[in-house]
Design a protein around this ligand. Structure first.
Ligand code: NAD
Length: 359
């Protein structure tokens, strides 16, 4: 029996999470597993009811579970609250910190059926398979923040960016181990020409590289990386980088896969893993059943792989997604001429059906 905390959150979160649960239920039925789902509030939805975006009961439920499935949080309704009460700063960041989720894995894989869905040329993206490993509990997002008044009547805002050797080593080791399971090429991304924290990052990676002679190590500045991802994405196997650079580069990398609605993520490192799509709550399409649930469904597959060590089951979900796309089914974000349009629920049903009957 596996206990899963379910946190739909805000916006499209409430539409995409049930579709991932359908996929997990189809897996449970085929393989004789028992998944127990316990739902709790998070983000703006929690603030509206409890006055806080991360109620203690939600955190406790996560701690008591074997894994967490999250939709997305945030939206314009809560944008002007004080930082601590805003969904992202008040819920997502402390949840990551409390669960010690220092490693965020975001695979950017182009499914063959989506070759034409990307805005990039087919010959550039064909065969793209990149794993971005983002440090998730340090750096600028967790550094001290402050505001002060200036003499000219304006204000000065400060965010501190710091990394320790320990924090860098633990994520980089993780990335080396992941690279060893793949094509054995690790690109460490930093801004060592300008930032002191990046200089320490680069030195630490260079030291660790000696322990992994079987893995090819390269260093790249983040500005160059953002360009190389579009110019020649196939050069990358595993990318390891700090929190903010990873946040930005993975949104860019999502376009290699056709849509941000295709990009899953796993946040691991502590006792309980957190699985969520890489995108946000998409307020512009919320409540319309237009959202692509595949990133969330693929995040559920990552949960099976990384938290429950159910590799065959994870692969079956990924194969179902691949087959559904190969058969021409699309949500609006991926739609092109000649394909078959499905809404969120229909896409979830289609994947679950493929899981139930797939080999
Ligand atoms: P977003 O990812 O929510 O949306 C960006 C664009 O991508 C929008 O046009 C949206 O419609 C589209 N999109 C996103 N997911 C999609 C899906 N599954 N299917 C189809 N289209 C999809 O980013 P944003 O607009 O910058 O942020 C909206 C809110 O989400 C903000 O409050 C932001 O802070 C929050 N956010 C939350 C998370 C999270 O919960 N982990 C991550 C990023 C942003």
């Amino acid at each position: 029996m596996y206990k899963i905390a379910v946190l739909p959150g805000d916006g499209i979160g409430a539409e995409i999470v049930p579709e991932a649960i359908k996929a997990l239920n189809a897996i449970a039925e085929r393989f004789g597993h028992e998944f127990v789902f316990n739902e709790a509030l998070i983000g703006g939805a929690a603030y509206d009811v409890e006055g806080t975006p991360l109620p203690p009961a939600t955190l406790e439920l996560c701690r008591q579970s074997d894994a967490v499935l999250l939709g997305a949080i945030g939206g314009p309704k809560w944008d002007n609250l004080p930082a601590k009460l805003r969904p992202e700063v008040g819920a997502l960041l402390p949840l990551r910190k409390e669960l010690e989720l220092y490693a965020n894995l975001r695979p950017s894989v182009l499914f063959p059926g989506l070759l034409q869905a990307s805005t990039l040329k087919e010959e550039v993206i064909e065969g793209v398979d990149i794993l971005v490993i983002r440090e998730l509990t340090g750096g600028l997002y967790f550094g001290e923040k402050s505001r002060e008044k200036t003499a000219d009547g304006g204000q000065k805002a400060t965010d501190i960016l710091s990394y320790s050797t320990y924090e860098i080593e633990r994520i980089v080791r993780f990335a080396y181990e992941a690279a060893r399971q793949r094509r054995k090429i690790l690109c460490s991304v930093d801004k060592a020409n300008v930032l002191e924290s990046s200089r320490l990052w680069r030195e630490t990676v260079s030291d660790l590289a000696k322990e992994y002679p079987d893995v090819e190590t390269t260093h790249m500045y983040v500005d160059n990386c953002s360009m190389q991802l579009i110019r020649n994405p196939r050069q990358f196997d595993v990318i390891v980088t700090e929190n903010m650079f990873g946040d930005i580069l993975t949104d860019e990398a999502s376009m290699l896969t056709g849509s941000i609605g295709m990009l899953p993520s796993a946040s691991i490192g502590g006792q309980v893993g957190l699985y969520e799509p890489s995108h946000g709550s998409a307020p512009d399409i919320a409540g319309q059943q237009k959202a692509n649930p595949l990133a969330t469904i693929l995040s559920a597959a990552m949960m099976l792989r990384y938290s429950f060590q159910l590799e065959a089951e994870a692969r079956l979900i990924e194969k179902a997604v691949k087959d559904v796309l190969a058969e021409g089914y699309r949500t609006p974000d991926l739609m092109e001429a000649g394909k078959k349009l499905l809404n969120t629920i229909e896409m979830g049903d289609m994947v679950a059906e493929h899981i139930s009957k797939g080999e």
